[in-house]
Each structure stands twice: as structure tokens, then as C-alpha cells.
Design a protein around this ligand. Structure first.
Ligand code: S3P
Length: 458
């Protein structure tokens, strides 16, 4: 069955899957699941979307007046963005779980007295570089050890072309000094399809009041475009080309952030691997540039149902129901990867429990995430007893139903930690993750959320 099929509801004899995001199919056919784990049940929520939270905080900081953000992610990454924005003059309330965040913004940032420390957050660093390029002062950005190793020239090269002056240490990374200036219009082909690069350049266009044309970003998440569109900026995409015109104006806003689909996948994966039962994740983002993983899961034979219930700030949200399933291997084409880039770690771990050999094509971008995720996946899958290899830029995983045991090294990478924690909950498995706490980078309360799936956390 081809990938295009998954854009429509699919009903096979044993499987019922809905992926058109409009209706709900809950009359499951019964199908024996591999008895892997206890029964899962319940209705669950996940913390706010990380990408939307970063962008909401940044735009609120530049909207003169008081904005209110409900459901914001309060993880370490979100705090990094808040910290940086405070250093630039925004007043932002403390990020606390289940509390609205209030932001008192000013139309322009003030020059910072401190280095802007972006922690572990690539989105903070890259998007802020874009915004700072349009401000005529100098600032120094830095980050933790992982972030300092991540490439920044994919953002700073086009920002230089726009007129910013950037001094790095000759090593394509942080720390670097950004001297913003009067910006020129930009017409740029991105070397990699990246939402962070795209967003940085759109935000530079906004802060500098200049048009920006971008090529090569198709398939990446489009939250920045949706938000800028809300404020009257003209952002038009045609094929591979995105054109931004600075027609809009930021104003204070109230926004409710949907749950993060990239966090939901860990709960969904747990349900799919369970011996029986089903869970519902409610209030989760269903932006089509983020739900590619559901198509991959469907292709693997996952029993899923999806219902779009609402939308907030142009972002669809709703429920995902996932039922214990028997999974089969999948061959994921390169063009899907930009839309599932954060979900590959969990999908690869699910492939370890699927029948057959899975291939994820052209996943080279994984090498420059919070860790070299391609190497970390291969290394850790092997460490727990799964056959996995990197074949050039492809990741290959051989499914097994053997008991998994071994020590997982996360390198502080939250998604590696969470993916292997899910595998570690399979009965009979003895997986030890060296740093489970790093899940707090994107998913505060992850361990208890996982326990709640089987009623153990209540
Ligand atoms: C993000 C974009 C993605 C993703 C990251 C968040 C964003 O990176 O990996 O976690 O908020 O724009 P790309 O720049 O590779 O698309």
C-alpha cells in the first residue's frame, strides 16, 4: 500500500485506522496483540508543544503590551527561551506547570547586559539569532556542551547576507556574537529542510521589516508561518517556495498551546506495545506538518484513531486513540523525514519490536540534534540486543521479540532517554537508561506520565 493511501481513512479486515483528521473510528476489530506488557488504559494529556511555546514567548516579547499563554511548556528548553527574552527586556512570569504565562512585551528588544544562554535548546538559539539580526545592537549567544556543538552557519550565513554581522570562533557553533543591523531582503535556498532555519529567517524578515523568499523547506513544521499569518504578515507558500512580506504588526494576544505531538508519541508507543488496552491522548496538536509519525505508525499496522476537535491560533488539536497492536516493519522514504525528525528515535525503538527489517531513509539530520542521534540509536539498540546499523545516511533496524537488556547512554539527549524508557517497560526487559532525568528538557513529568498508562501512577 502506498503512502498516499494514509491520507484517507483506511479500513482493512483487521485494522481500522483514521488519518484524515476529521472523523473518529472507534469500532475496533479485535486482534490478538503480542502479549508484551500489562494493560494500558485511560485518558491522558501531554505538556504543551515545545515549538509553539518558543514562538509564542518570542512573539509576545515583541508585542507591546500584555499577552497570556495558556498550556505553555514549562520544560528546561522553554525556560531557556524565557530567560533569554527576559535578558532582552521582556517581563515574563515564572514558567510553572498548569499556570498561564504572562508576558509584557515591548516593540523592540533592549541590549542585553549578559550573555544569552540558550541552554540545550537549538530552537532558542536559532530563532533568537533571526530576531536579533533585526536589532541594532550586539549580543553574545551561548549554550550547553551539546548546543555548542550544533551547526549555526545554516542560520548565520543567510543572516550575514541580510546585513547582520556575526562573529563566531571559526567552528560553526556557539558561542557567537551577533551584531544586528539594517537588513536587506533575502532570497535564499536552504541547504537542509529545517523549520528552525526557516523560522529564523522569517523572524529576521519580521524584525527587520524586509521581505524574505525561502526555497527548500518543504515538509518542515509551519508554526511560524501560521503565527505570523495571524498577525497580518503575508506568508505564502507555493510548492517549494515560501514568500514572506512584512505587512503585519504584532499585538498582545491570548493563546492556548496544544499538547506536544512529539511528546505524545512516547505514550502512544507504550500503548501500541502493551499486551492489551487502549489510551486516549487529548488536547494534542494535530498540525499536519507534525502528524507524519501517525502515517508511519499506521503503515506499521498500529491501531490508531484521530479526531480533530478544535483549533487554537490556527493550530488544529484533538485526540489520538492508540490501541495495543502487532507491528510490522516499515520503509520510511526520505521525503517524510523532515516532518518526523523528532519522532525517529521512538519510531526506531518501535521498529525494534516490529516484525521484519525497517529502514529510515536519509536521516542524516539526526547527526546534528541534541546528540548524534543516528549513532546513539545504533549504539543503544545494539546495547540492548537489537540489530541496528547506519547504512550511509539510512538507519536500519531489525525487529525482535527477544527480551531486551543492557545499558543505554543518552548523552543527555531527552528523546533518546524517553524512547528507551518506553522499551524498558516491556515485561522481561532489563534496560537501564543512564540519565532518565534529561526527559525534563521537553517532557516534565515523563516518568509519572508513563506510569499512569498502566494505572501505576494514580
Ligand atoms: C524545531 C524544528 C525541528 C526539531 C526541533 C524543533 C522547531 O528541527 O527537530 O526539535 O521548533 O522549529 P529542524 O530545524 O531540523 O526542522
Amino acid at each position: 500500500m502506498g503512502w498516499e493511501t494514509w491520507l484517507f481513512p483506511v479500513a482493512e479486515k483487521d485494522t481500522i485506522v483514521c488519518l484524515d483528521f476529521t472523523s473518529r473510528l472507534l469500532s475496533w476489530s479485535s486482534r490478538p496483540a503480542m502479549a508484551l506488557r500489562d494493560r494500558v488504559a485511560g485518558i491522558h494529556r501531554v505538556p504543551g508543544d515545545k515549538s509553539i511555546t518558543h514562538r509564542a514567548l518570542m512573539l509576545a516579547a515583541l508585542a507591546p503590551g500584555r499577552s497570556r499563554i495558556a498550556g505553555a511548556l514549562t520544560s528546561l528548553d522553554a525556560r531557556s527561551t524565557a530567560r533569554v527574552l527576559r535578558a532582552l527586556g521582556a517581563e515574563i512570569s515564572t514558567l510553572r506547570a498548569s499556570q498561564d504565562v504572562t508576558v509584557r512585551g515591548k516593540a523592540r528588544f533592549a541590549p542585553p547586559h549578559l550573555r544569552l544562554h540558550c541552554g540545550n535548546s537549538g530552537t532558542t538559539a536559532r530563532l533568537m539569532l533571526g530576531l536579533l539580526a533585526g536589532h541594532r545592537f550586539s549580543s553574545i549567544l551561548t549554550g550547553d556542551g551539546s548546543l555548542r556543538r550544533r551547526p549555526m552557519r545554516r542560520v548565520t550565513d543567510p543572516l550575514r547576507v541580510m546585513g547582520a554581522s556575526v562573529e563566531d570562533r571559526g567552528n560553526d557553533g556557539l558561542p557567537l556574537e551577533m551584531q544586528g543591523g539594517r537588513l536587506h531582503p533575502l532570497d535564499w535556498r536552504m541547504e537542509v529542510p529545517s523549520a528552525q532555519v526557516k523560522s529564523a529567517l522569517l523572524l529576521a524578515g519580521m524584525a527587520g521589516g524586509v521581505p524574505v523568499t525561502l526555497r527548500g523547506g518543504s515538509g518542515t513544521r509551519d508554526h511560524t508561518e501560521r503565527m505570523l499569518g495571524y498577525f497580518g504578515f503575508d506568508v505564502a507558500s507555493r510548492g517549494d517556495i515560501l514568500r514572506f512580506t512584512p505587512t503585519g504588526k504584532l499585538a498582545p494576544f491570548a493563546l492556548s498551546v496544544p499538547g506536544d505531538p512529539s511528546s505524545a508519541i512516547f505514550l502512544i508507543a507504550s500503548a501500541l506495545l502493551a499486551g492489551s488496552g487502549e489510551i486516549e491522548v487529548t488536547g494534542v496538536g494535530l498540525n499536519p506538518t507534525r502528524t507524519g509519525y501517525l502515517a508511519v505508525l499506521a503503515q506499521m499496522g498500529a491501531l490508531l484513531a484521530v479526531e480533530t476537535q478544535d483549533s487554537s491560533f490556527g493550530e488544529p488539536l484533538g485526540s489520538i486513540v492508540a490501541r495495543a497492536s502487532t507491528l510490522k516493519a516499515v520503509d520510511v522514504p526520505a521525503e517524510l523525514i523532515p516532518g518526523i525528525i523528532d519522532e525517529v528515535p521512538m519510531l526506531a525503538c518501535l521498529a525494534a519490536r516490529a516484525e521484519g527489517t525497517s529502514r529510515f531513509r536519509s536521516v542524516q539530520e539526526l547527526r546534528v540534534k541534541e546528540s548524534d542521534r543516528l549513532a546513539m540509536l545504533v549504539r543503544n539498540l545494539r546495547a540492548v540486543g537489537v540489530e541496528a546499523t547506519a547504512d550511509g545516511d539510512d538507519l536500519i533496524v531489525q525487529g525482535t521479540d527477544a527480551h531486551l537488556a543492557g545499558r543505554v547512554v543518552t548523552g543527555g539527549d531527552h528523546r533518546i532517554a524517553m524512547a528507551f524508557e518506553v522499551l524498558g517497560r516491556l515485561p522481561g526487559s532489563a534496560i537501564r537508561v543512564d540519565d532518565p532525568e534529561c526527559a525534563a528538557v521537553s517532557f516534565p513529568g515523563f516518568a509519572s506520565a508513563l506510569r499512569r498508562l498502566t494505572g501505576a501512577g494514580q
